[in-house]
Design a protein around this ligand. Sequence first.
Ligand code: ADP
Length: 664
Amino acid sequence: MAKKQFKTESKKLLDMMINSIYTHKEIFLRELISNASDAIDKLYFQSLTDSSVTLKRGDYEIRLIPNKENRTLVIRDNGIGMTEKELETNLGTIAKSGSFDFKKDSDKTEEKSEDAQKEIDIIGQFGVGFYSAFMVSSQIVVESRAYGSDEAWRWTSSGVDGYTMDPCDKADNGTTITLTLKEDTEDEKYSEFLDEWRIRELVRKYSDYIRYPIRMEVTRSRKKEDSPEDKPEYEEYKEDETLNSMVPLWKKPAGEVTDEDYHTFYREKFFDFEAPLKVIRQHSEGTSDFVSLLFIPSHAPYDYYTREYEKGLQLYSSGVLIMEKCKDLLPDYFSFVKGLVDSSDLSLNISREMLQHDRQLKIIARAVERKISQELKKMLEEDRESYEKFFKAFGTQLKYGVYSEYGSHKDALQDLLLFSSSYEPEKTETKEEDQKDEDQKDEKKAYVPTAVTLKEYVSRMKEGQDKIYYAPGETKEQIALLPQVEAVTSKGYEVLYLTEEIDEFALQMMNAYNEKTFSNVCKDDVDLSTEEEKESLKEENDLSKDLFTFMKDTIGAPVTAVRFTNMLKDHPAALSSEGELSVSMEKALNRMPGAEEGQFKAQLVLEINMNHPIAKKLKELFVTDKDRLANYSKILYAQARLVSGLSLTNASEISDLVVGLMTE
Ligand code: ADP
């Protein structure tokens, strides 16, 4: 029979597996058992709604059969099995996210040693499923019969040169995998995987929580019944042993589970190649009996901020999975949380529609939400570094949470928010004695927060300050340089730098924090001047009314006013806005799908620095040379737009004007 070829990327992974130098080759067994367990889960799941599945819960098993004579190890399950087509696509291709990352990396790597390191990383962190069996096998035969099908198929492969497919006989549904172990070498004793004690040890180590029995026929010895007591004779006999305790991880006493156990579980169940940032265990008795095991990932999945992402927790009823992604267990703003809930109060075959209205489920969801909230607050207080990492990944979602549903969750979420700001923590001087022991010092160095909470902002507010100042913009650096921001910060006030589109919407929805309202320094009249200064500004503005009308008319829409300000330090001019929409909100709204080009327009005010030489110049020109004044007005406005991060619609006109000035 003709050999079929593996897809290119599978070939690479295979090649890596076959020639692996990875020292934990033993994980292949965990991977195959995990696949077997998933296959049984699938059939069991089907049996909940499909009465034609006659297997009962107690009928399922995963069986291991080592055979020293043949050098084979069989892993057999009576799960859902695979059709011919599934066998080919599942075992002939790799398209899993974790392996995909590897593929990209390995293309770049030339160095052998780096390759080796990558290999260890990928096997160690993610596991590579079925293919890992090639680390220990010279040949693999997979015989499978899909549930409900009357034909069975055999897939055979000795590695990179491809695989064959033939029909075969198999009495029952499920999959039987036969590994022929590689020959032992000086460094590697593959035959140890045929030893009963070694197999037992591996199952306990990696697969203990698997909920179906993993059985193996073991050899024991006993005293022959008719042998005399003083001269006992022994005989060997075979007996089935269940190798795993079958207690799921989340039901084990906390003290018996290591971080490593949680991490492995998380990576396998939720397909992440990185360990979670936080593991949360919750045990509740009373109004509702349930346990939850929750994970906060350390990074956002690639599809997190897309429509494809589905939130939800696995839902178990007394240890049995009844729903893969129960979305009613998580509010949208915590949609990044992975994990599971196991309750004894839920009925096994409750339908999805019923579940939505289930009172117990609602109680559980509320408790889960409270717990996540508490844990995040704790992380914020006790481990700022991790929290900032968390916020980088998922903070945007929390801000959407503040904004959505008419702000009904703002109270719950406001203290979880972080913002960039103008605040710069004081640098502590290093004392001489500290330098004596460099290592120790490094360890003690406290993490310096790079963002602020609203609580921190308010605690630092200056006397008499009644508003929380903020300024929106593209980047921290750009905002810091905005004329209005400089004006406020130079007077010693802190300004929140809003760099995300959602930021301003969220703050508007909150309206106030701790009774302090928010104020956009680029839009609102932030008046930090004295009565005297105010008076002279008003005078100046009144005197120049006609000048401003001329300038406004020259520039045209969207500028609705021109005026003097005494707030700008060294800048000649700046833009602010009047009315509901700020400049940054205009940008955000126009970018939304469905918005027509330029549909949303903020009303702009061109503010001229009263104390800048340009002010005098403009006043002069108003009397002496209106043509020139018109050109200056246009250029000033263009500059102010650029500084605010807005584009120019008349760039070539402005360019001509500037060159005109340069060549005068
Ligand atoms: P993963 O388990 O990460 O999906 P694998 O390479 O281990 O990747 O397996 C690929 C696919 O092959 C599985 O997703 C599953 O659909 C199928 N498969 C593997 N082992 C079995 C099995 N024992 N029974 C049924 N299907 C299986």
